[in-house]
Design a protein around this ligand. Structure first.
Ligand code: HEM
Length: 126
């Protein structure tokens, strides 16, 4: 619980990307529930705590709303990968998103630099 919402722990070796099974399987989830392998490669849950260097500490409410609405980091950067349910969350009202952001900013800041996602080739090469 002390790590709550701080994302894939930087000091833990992420699990080796699994070989994805044939057939209509989409996602494999690590036991920590912070790493997800699928056709997009491997994504790691973000640090949503208000740490200034590794979390959302320097984000404004606008940055947060833009990220969720566009599905891109800060509204203009890299596309946010699955399984983050952007297609669902982007339909929330500004008021809902502002409330979620306000809550996240009340969390204790946790310094944790989440690793970059791994491209699909890495998942397949394992
Ligand atoms: C209200 C609930 C949620 C909020 C407020 C939230 C917020 C965010 C934000 C703001 C980012 C982007 C961070 C950035 O661009 O730096 C993100 C990324 C991510 N989220 Fe969520 N999220 C929520 C629920 C979920 C759920 C339910 C899942 C998984 C089932 C999930 C998985 C992920 C993953 C894997 C990433 C990293 C994607 C990437 O690196 O491209 N999130 N989340």
């Amino acid at each position: 619980m002390s790590r709550a919402l701080s994302g894939q722990p930087a000091n833990e070796q992420p699990p080796a990307p699994p070989v994805l099974p044939e057939g209509p399987w989409v996602t494999l989830t690590s036991a920590s529930n912070t790493a997800f392998a699928g056709p997009w490669g491997v994504s790691f849950t973000a640090n949503l705590t208000p740490d200034k260097e590794t979390g959302l500490g320097k984000w404004s409410e606008r940055n947060f709303i833009d990220t969720i609405r566009t599905g891109r980091h800060l509204g203009r950067g890299r596309e946010i990968l699955p399984p983050m349910p952007i297609g669902v969350y982007r339909q929330m009202t500004d008021n809902d998103l502002a409330s979620i952001f306000a809550y996240l900013q009340t969390l204790p800041p946790i310094s944790n630099k989440v690793p970059e996602p791994l491209p699909p080739a890495s998942a397949a090469a394992h």
